[in-house]
Design a protein. Structure first.
Length: 177
């Protein structure tokens, strides 16, 4: 009598392996999505910090105390410099970066400070007395859950509920810790 040799796996063994892989994937995917959203939010906070620093440098060295009213003005380099006041990935208004839409605009009630021609980098807009920048998730709940904003106070605020929009940041807004 000949004994048959088993070569390969049975159907039951394969189903058990596929089920285990499915359970592992079901556990890992939500964690991966949360990690991606946290990374996107960290990038948005970094963009807000870059705008704050760029506005500070632009104001003190290029706009005679005024602030840029558009990201394109901050992205322009000053004479003798090779880079603008913010990185090139923030050169358009609005810019989409890491799942967030970043925008810079004149704060409501702000006035112009001089003319565009008086800036050292040939800005297309006149400098303003106050600015506001926002970072909103491209798809709320998927690319991020928090909305961010900053202004001339150089504090980054967030909201879990809605965009700050173009209105002034409310006094009760929550600062990022």
């Amino acid at each position: 009598m000949r004994i048959r040799q088993a070569l390969g796996f049975t159907l039951i063994e394969l189903l058990i392996v596929v089920t285990l892989i499915g359970v592992i994937v079901a556990i890992a995917v939500p964690s991966l999505l949360r990690a991606r959203m946290a990374g996107n939010e960290a990038s948005a906070i970094g963009s807000m910090r870059a705008i704050i620093e760029g506005q500070s440098a632009y104001s003190s060295s290029c706009a005679h105390g005024g602030y840029a009213a558009a990201l394109a003005d901050l992205a322009r380099s000053a004479p003798g410099a090779t880079q603008g006041f913010v990185s090139p990935d923030l050169k358009t208004d609005p810019s989409v970066k890491s799942g967030y839409t970043v925008a810079l605009f004149k704060e409501p009630g702000a006035t112009t400070v001089g003319t565009a021609g008086t800036t050292c980098n040939g800005s297309t807009n006149a400098p303003v007395s106050a600015y506001q920048a926002t970072a909103d998730p491209v798809t709320a709940g998927a690319t991020g859950t928090r909305y961010f904003a900053t202004d001339t106070r150089a504090t980054i605020f967030f909201s879990n509920l809605a965009s700050f929009g173009t209105a002034a940041i409310p006094a009760a807004a929550t600062p990022v810790q």
